[in-house]
Design a binder for this molecule. Structure first.
Ligand SMILES: [Zn+2]
Length: 174
């Protein structure tokens, strides 16, 4: 007599047939020893936690770069509104918009090369502040709270980027 009762895999809860030795979907050792089954589930859970932090870290570092982009746009617009030199303020706006675009592009690069993208972004942001300082020393203190906040977020992004690299290697995500 055939048993038509539905059996579910203990690890991924997909339907399996009683004769299967391992689950077709996740590889769970259906006929394995309890120790082997326990180990499989422990590994699976660890990977799921890694995937969770991976996604969270991706979001943190992408957001850090978008924030830097927003900072550039705001700086450009504020300079455009306050500078008296028509030509200079136009170029300041264009340069800031180009920087903003670069930060967005780095954000898009995060899933591929997380640590490199966030490091380049942080150095670029630092470089922009130095350029501004040379252009006008008074700009350093302008919106200092916003700048410090962006730097803090970028540093948090570097930590996240390093984590992503680590998890990528562990889980062999390309
Ligand atoms: Zn399964």
């Amino acid at each position: 007599m055939q048993n038509n009762a539905t059996i579910l895999c203990d690890a991924c809860f997909t339907k399996i047939s009683e004769s299967d030795i391992t689950c077709d979907k996740c590889g769970y050792p259906l006929k394995g020893t309890p120790a082997a089954q326990k180990k499989f589930i422990a590994n699976k859970n660890a990977n799921e936690i890694d995937h969770y932090t991976y996604k969270k870290d991706l979001k943190i570092s992408v957001r850090a770069l978008y924030l830097a982009a927003a900072g550039c746009i705001i700086t450009g617009v504020l300079q455009y509104g306050s500078d008296s030199d028509e030509e200079l303020k136009f170029y300041a706006l264009i340069v800031n918009l180009i920087f903003a675009f670069v930060f967005v592009a780095l954000g898009a690069w995060i899933p591929k090369k997380p640590l490199s993208a966030i490091l380049v972004g942080t150095m670029l942001y630092g470089g922009i502040q130095v350029l501004n300082l040379l252009y006008d020393p008074l700009t350093l203190t302008r919106n200092i709270i916003v700048k410090v906040a962006i730097v803090v977020v970028l540093i948090r992004g570097i930590v996240a980027g390093a984590n992503i690299d680590k998890v990528k290697k562990e889980l062999k995500i390309q």
